[in-house]
Design a protein around this ligand. Structure first.
Ligand code: C2E
Ligand code: MG
Ligand code: MG
Length: 636
């Protein structure tokens, strides 16, 4: 193997040397052509008759041969070809001198052979080519000497020997120096090439997600920047899709990280297949993926493409014998000519957030309504961060009635914000912006503080419900502050019920642990808006729940048999689990009767009492008579 490599190396080395010599050889041939062209003219001036014919014929032949040599050298690449061409031209030049001497011997012209030999030594690319040329030149020299001037043999013998040996030696060392320089250059080039290769592989590594092999966030952002900066005039619009898996964290928590990793790899495989070379897909975070694709400017086409992708990911995954179901939500945006990558990402992220909040497992394409909502949220965020915001917050209390006795047994605390600049801002919008800004925990504490103040002024038997955000549940620190605040107030913990929306209830381990902490602190926990999402019955076994709040939508249209039957099933389930069932959104006597008939424990709604100021609620409680529902109907 080494021998072969050495042979190969010598071969490439020889080729490189020949290539380096080519300009020298071409120069030598050009000089020869020019010289013999001049000589031809000189022959026409100085000679005549047969002599002129011979001299001019041989000179012209040499000029032509030298020019052909230049032409051939420009095209030949192999050392052997070059050797043959040079040897041929050398012999032609020699025969030129030889014929000239035959026609007109002049002893001074014998020096030509010596000069020829030296030129051959310097212009040759190898010994195998120079030695024969030099030998022929010396032989021709002595042939002429012995024929015309034998007395010069000694002198010319010495000169020929000395000049040949010295020129061969000098030219050999010259070739060696050139070869060395070439070898060094080649080595440097090799070094540069391998450094470039290394840099390229390092670049590829730093741009690849090691788990799935997809490009990573850095690669995605760079590609997005490049595509955005490339002029898009006359090109297909660019689609940006940001995607987040739904239900991935529980898979990790329940089956462990190995299965979670395998699932991500499978997701990446399906993603690649769906993109099938026409889109650029990357894993930009734990369970987040982003896609760039050129497509038409048609929103419906984009929606269809994304829907198909999401449907593909919703098919169950078979991993290590386990059948795993997850889904994905996506936010999409089409780049317009003046979009920046930051604006594009922001819009797509907004659409994703929208999908996550309102329609998990679907793709939402960013549109004008989203742009308006984004603007509105931005305004809310700006005003929220100004001084005095907290003092503008108020908490209203909406009564909750025990359906068996028609007595008010509690109330839900609902936040209200009246901003001097924005007017009334709905709590849902306020909470959404605060969640994004990371300030929702502070708002929860304000609502809780105000609720505790009221708790101190109303009968002990009346409980109060406070809504928690998903962020509160995900933060140990917020949870500690909530528990500490109640403890410091001396309010009995069981008087406080914390409401958590079903859809955000258990998406992390921390949330699950915080549920336990709340329950251990003696608080009641209500699962809010139950039935608006998945009506996840398994949650009821998993969590320490005390009440189920049926979503308004279930009794919104009492004539709707599906909603009614679902409400019946949920209430029956609560009864089996020995927990309270609260029917929300009771607006009509028919709905109240229905809630009663279905066996719900408590009712809440505009019919029984609208959200009211604290002192009104306190007054209402004070007024509670033997026939409380009647008085409440009047007050509503
Ligand atoms: P939620 O916890 O489900 O609260 C019930 C919502 O239904 C309240 O809307 C209430 O005013 C409304 N409602 C009550 N009875 C009826 C009725 O008969 N008909 C109709 N159509 N609606 C009724 P609100 O006050 O606008 O609050 C909306 C959501 O904002 C709440 O839904 C809750 O998720 C959130 N929220 C309110 N206050 C807070 C808070 O202090 N913290 C947190 N994290 N979220 C809050
Ligand atoms: Mg609630
Ligand atoms: Mg609710």
């Amino acid at each position: 193997m080494d021998l072969m490599a050495e042979k190969w190396d010598k071969q490439t080395h020889r080729c490189a040397l020949t290539q380096a010599y080519l300009p020298i050889l071409r120069g030598f041939f050009c000089v020869a052509a020019a010289y013999y062209a001049v000589m031809t003219v000189a022959h026409f001036v100085t000679r005549s008759g047969t002599e002129l014919v011979w001299f001019s014929a041989i000179s012209i032949t040499t000029v032509i041969a030298a020019l052909i040599g230049v032409y051939l050298l420009a095209r030949s690449r192999s050392p052997a070809q070059v050797d043959v061409i040079v040897l041929f031209i050398n012999l032609l030049v020699l025969s030129n001198v030889l014929i000239a001497l035959q026609l007109d011997f002049n002893r001074t012209k014998l020096v030509y052979f010596i000069v020829m030999a030296m030129i051959f030594a310097f212009s040759g690319t190898s010994l195998r080519q120079t030695i024969p040329s030099i030998v022929v030149a010396i032989v021709c020299l002595f042939a002429q000497i012995f024929q015309y001037a034998p007395e010069l043999a000694g002198l010319y013998g010495f000169i020929a020997f000395a000049s040949s040996v010295s020129s061969i030696a000098i030219s050999a060392s010259l070739r060696k120096s050139i070869a060395l320089a070439l070898a060094e250059r080649r080595e440097a080039e090799r070094g540069r090439a391998s450094a470039e290769l290394l840099a390229e592989s390092a670049r590829a590594e730093s741009h690849t997600d090691s788990l799935t092999g997809l490009p990573n966030r850095r690669a995605f952002v760079e590609t997005l920047e490049n595509r955005i900066q490339t002029p898009r005039a006359g090109r297909d619009p660019l689609w940006l899709v940001v995607m987040d898996l739904d239900g991935f964290k529980p898979v990790n928590d329940v089956y462990g990280h190995r299965i979670g990793d395998e699932l991500l790899c499978e997701v990446a495989r399906r993603l690649r297949r769906h993109c099938s070379g026409e889109a650029f897909a990357a894993r930009v975070g734990g369970d987040e993926f982003s896609i760039l694709r050129t497509g038409s400017g048609d929103l419906q086409e984009m929606q269809l493409w994304c829907d198909q992708l999401i449907a593909d990911l919703a098919r169950p995954f078979e991993i290590e014998g386990k059948r795993i179901h997850i889904s994905a939500s996506a936010g999409c945006e089409i780049a317009s000519a003046d979009d920046t990558s930051a604006a594009l990402l922001e819009n797509a992220d907004y659409a994703l957030l929208h999908a996550k909040r309102n329609s998990k497992g679907s793709a939402v394409v960013f549109d004008a309504c989203h742009a308006q909502a984004m603007e509105e949220q931005f305004q809310i965020g700006q005003v929220m961060s100004s001084d005095g915001f907290e003092s503008e917050l108020e908490v209203l209390f909406q009564p909750q009635v025990e359906l068996s006795s028609n007595r008010i047994v509690g109330a839900e605390a609902l936040l209200r914000w009246t901003s001097p600049t924005l007017g009334q801002v709905s709590p849902a919008k306020l909470i959404a912006v605060a969640e994004d800004a990371g300030t929702v925990s502070r708002i929860t504490l304000i609502a809780l503080e105000k609720t505790l103040e009221v708790a101190a002024h109303i009968p002990e038997s009346v409980s109060l419900a406070v809504n928690l955000s998903a962020m509160d549940l995900r933060s140990d620190q917020s949870m500690r502050k909530i528990i500490d605040l109640v403890r410091a107030s001396r309010c009995r913990p069981e008087r406080l019920e914390f409401e958590v929306t079903e859809t955000v209830a258990i998406d992390t381990h921390v949330a699950l642990r915080n549920f336990e902490r709340l329950a251990q602190a003696g608080h009641r926990i209500a699962l809010d808006d139950f039935g608006s999402g998945y009506a996840n019955f398994s949650l009821l076994q998993l969590l320490p729940i005390h009440s189920l709040k049926l979503d308004k939508s279930l009794i919104e249209r009492p004539s709707d048999p599906v909603g009614r039957e679902l409400a019946r099933a949920v209430i029956a389930m609560a009864r089996v689990l020995r927990i309270d069932s609260i029917v929300e959104g009771i607006e009509t006597p028919y709905q109240l009767a229905l809630a009663h008939a279905l066996g719900a424990t408590r009712g809440q709604g505009f019919l029984l009492g609208k959200p009211m100021k604290a002192h009104d609620f306190e007054a209402l409680l004070a007024k509670q008579t033997d026939s409380p529902t009647e008085s409440m109907r009047r007050s509503a």
